[in-house]
Write a protein that binds this ligand. Structure first.
Ligand code: NAD
Ligand SMILES: O=C(O)C(=O)C[C@@H](O)[C@H](O)[C@H](O)COP(=O)(O)O
Ligand code: ZN
Length: 360
């Protein structure tokens, strides 16, 4: 097992990464205020891992309330969030009850938001079971739900007490979801870690084949990158925005196509290629850079061409992004592979040209 720390003064917490961690209650028990937990999961992950996590806790005297939600990005909404509150109230949960998110980013974001808001804030633990959630969503404390008009529009910053990333759970993850996770891994290389990007290019075949050592390294390096950025800028007043590379486009794709049609990581992949295209039009990236970025996404079986929603629809959806300031869409662009900037200072006609490439 490897352990990293997210350094946030009194809100600091460990990230444990390793095999068979689910069934090690000693990793969880020190982080509980009382021996009562509510474990939020979904109808796919529950049958696979709920007993593995909960039985050893029960054996140690912990009272466990399981809460099983429907599975899918289309359920990351206020109605399903309400089901978490219902179960917590019906079971008379208190401020010292710890919520545990067992699942991917959808479960993690919703459980975290329920924890941030139930009784004005209760502790929570992330037990991420997708590659995407192990390398990104379980770390950093962004929690929330979608609105029909936009992704993650309602939410809160609420840090977990612990992240327990059991890499054995990835054995049951579908290939398409593995690729979606790799999109966020590539992101770290592109925005701030050229050596990691070079390593990813050299090791993509191993990652796609689920080589345990390659996966373990990619998860650790991703979490190190994310933890450093979050420690420097917890609430996204500057540097943290770089973690949004490709997301303004990607979130427009997810909302525009209907939640769940394109996976989050797929939207990020196609969105990253649009950000790269605009960066080339700005004179920052070369054609060779853009081809390198496309090639690494292709090697991960990720989409590199965005759907043709139409330029007007893209601009409308992107105009609802959380980073919009004074009505201007602010974007993360690449000055080079390994160096991103957060800027409003791009020529609007170049963004239009980029978006027009999506018209079939
Ligand atoms: N908070 C953040 O910082 C942050 C970062 C990135 C993404 N996100 C959010 O995370 C979500 C995407 O997360 P995701 O990609 O994990 O999707 P997800 O949570 O929908 O999980 C993907 C699918 O895999 C299934 N699954 C989960 N673990 C499994 C396992 N071990 N074996 C078999 N199936 C398994 C799930 O049931 C689901 O069907 C989006 O809503 C996105 O907005 C949040
Ligand atoms: O942690 C962050 O900060 C990120 O931006 C990570 C992203 O991968 C993630 O998808 C996040 O949920 C997007 O946040 P949002 O603020 O654009 O909704
Ligand atoms: Zn993301």
């Amino acid at each position: 097992m490897q352990t990293l720390n997210v350094e946030l003064a009194e809100r600091s917490y460990p990230i444990h990464i390793g095999e068979d961690l689910l069934s090690q209650p000693d990793l969880i028990l020190p982080h509980l205020k009382r021996k009562q937990v509510a474990v939020v999961t979904n109808t796919t992950v529950g049958p696979l891992y709920l007993d593995k996590l909960c039985n050893p806790l029960r054996d140690r005297g912990v009272s466990v309330i399981p809460i099983v939600l429907p599975d899918g990005e289309q359920y990351k909404n206020a109605e399903v969030l309400g089901k978490i509150y219902d179960a917590l109230l019906e079971n008379r949960c208190e401020r010292h009850t710890t919520l545990i998110a067992l699942g991917g980013g959808v479960i993690g974001d919703m459980t975290g938001y329920a924890a941030a808001t139930f009784l004005r804030g209760v502790p929570f633990i992330q037990v991420p079971t997708t590659l995407l959630s192990q390398v990104d969503s379980s770390v950093g404390g962004k929690t929330g739900i979608n609105h029909p008009l936009g992704k993650n529009m309602i939410g809160a910053f609420w840090q977990p007490k612990l992240v327990l990333a059991d890499t054995t759970t990835l054995n049951t993850l579908p290939d398409r979801e593995l690729s979606a996770g790799i999109a966020e891994i590539i992101k770290y290389g592109l925005i701030r870690d050229i050596e990691f990007f070079n390593w990813l290019e050299a090791n993509m075949t191993k990652l796609m084949a689920r080589d345990p050592a390659a996966l373990a390294y990619a998860i650790r390096r991703s979490c190190e990158n994310k933890a450093e950025v979050v420690a420097a800028d917890e609430r996204e007043s500057g540097e943290r925005a770089l973690l949004n590379l490709g997301h303004t486009f990607g979130h427009a794709i997810e909302a525009g196509m209907g939640y769940g049609v394109w996976l989050h990581g797929e939207g990020v992949a196609a969105g990253t290629l649009l950000a790269a295209d605009l960066s080339r039009r700005m004179g920052w990236l070369t054609d060779t850079d853009v081809e390198r970025i496309a090639a690494i996404h292709r090697a991960a079986n990720l989409p590199t061409v965005a759907p043709s929603l139409g330029t007007a629809a893209y601009l409308e959806l992107m105009g609802l992004d959380k980073k919009v300031q004074d009505g201007k869409i602010r974007l993360i662009l690449l000055q080079a592979i390994g160096k991103a900037v957060f800027t409003a200072d791009y020529a609007p006609h170049l963004l239009h040209e980029t978006l027009q490439t999506t018209d079939a």
